[in-house]
Design a protein around this ligand. Structure first.
Ligand SMILES: C[S@@+](CC[C@H](N)C(=O)[O-])C[C@H]1O[C@@H](n2cnc3c(N)ncnc32)[C@H](O)[C@@H]1O
Length: 256
């Protein structure tokens, strides 16, 4: 059995505690939860802030809309890896990024059950759209159902398949690219997304602190991958970046 670190969801998680959940041990192959660790992985969700801080921040942020609460409720009820949700705080943060950047075109890598896509879609103008990529059929089907029953379904284009393949078919430009799929591919996703950015476009990469595991030397494959990604971006003179300590770490990147 291996140990995986993942990020916290929000109010449902007791801050200052570890939470462990078995992933679906039978899942194999590309695209399921197994992309984030081998079958049988125990996810340890470790807040990176002081106890109570996440809850306080969430309690002092605008609550999630009912269609987002419905995604979170179903995900926690049905999916053992529900901690993959960006959750209330980061969802609101992503919505504000779309709003602040007046984004009209968004690309997301890693839909899961649709929480972040719906959060971003809610701030798009009526003629804006988001393309969101998901390889797992069950995740995609759940997300599509929630998109269809939300007020923003017509702005969301869900592409099922490996994100790298989908990016290869896109020409952009995108005002915002949110990277949140398999951590081992972050450098590839970043390199593929950078040429697709609009002039004032932004890349947001999730989980870049990986529960604080990036501070060490070794760790899980995902921790090693996140460390490599962070170094890759920091050394890249084509961009300007900031790694924010929002939730599990969110790096914002723009062209220099
Ligand atoms: C951390 S979750 C995304 C969470 C989502 N952004 C949210 O807020 O709910 C990562 C998702 O990426 C998907 N994924 C993993 N590898 C992928 C790949 N190669 N292509 C597309 N999606 C992938 C997983 O199936 C999973 O649903």
């Amino acid at each position: 059995m291996s140990i995986g670190f993942c990020s916290i969801v929000g109010s449902a998680r007791p801050s200052g505690h570890y939470r462990a959940a078995e992933t679906a041990s039978g899942r194999t192959g590309v695209g399921g939860a197994s992309r984030f660790g081998p079958p049988g992985t125990v996810w340890i969700v470790k807040p990176i802030t002081l106890p109570g801080i996440e809850e306080y921040a969430e309690a002092h942020s605008t609550p999630a809309a009912p269609y987002l609460a419905a995604v979170a409720d179903e995900t926690r009820a049905r999916f053992e890896d529900a901690e993959m949700l960006v959750g209330t705080l980061e969802g609101r943060f992503l919505e504000l990024l779309v709003y602040l950047g007046r984004a009209r075109t968004v690309l997301e890598l890693g839909t899961f059950t649709g929480y972040s896509a719906l959060s971003m879609a809610s701030a798009l103008p009526a003629d804006g759209h988001i393309i969101t990529c998901e390889v797992d059929q069950e995740h995609a089907a759940t997300a599509q159902r929630h998109f269809d029953s939300s007020p923003f379904g017509d702005r969301i284009d869900l592409r099922v398949g490996p994100a790298r393949d989908t990016i290869g078919t896109l020409s952009g430009p995108f005002d915002l690219v949110f990277i949140d799929a398999d951590k081992e591919s972050y450098v590839d996703y970043y390199e593929a997304a950078l040429p697709l950015l609009s002039e004032r476009g932004l890349i947001a990469a999730d989980n870049t602190l990986w529960s604080g595991e990036v501070l060490g030397d070794g760790g899980s494959d995902s921790a090693v991958a996140m460390r490599a990604f962070n170094e890759h971006v920091r050394r890249d003179t084509r961009v300007v970046c900031v790694l924010l300590t929002v939730r599990d770490g969110v790096t914002l990147i723009r062209k220099a």
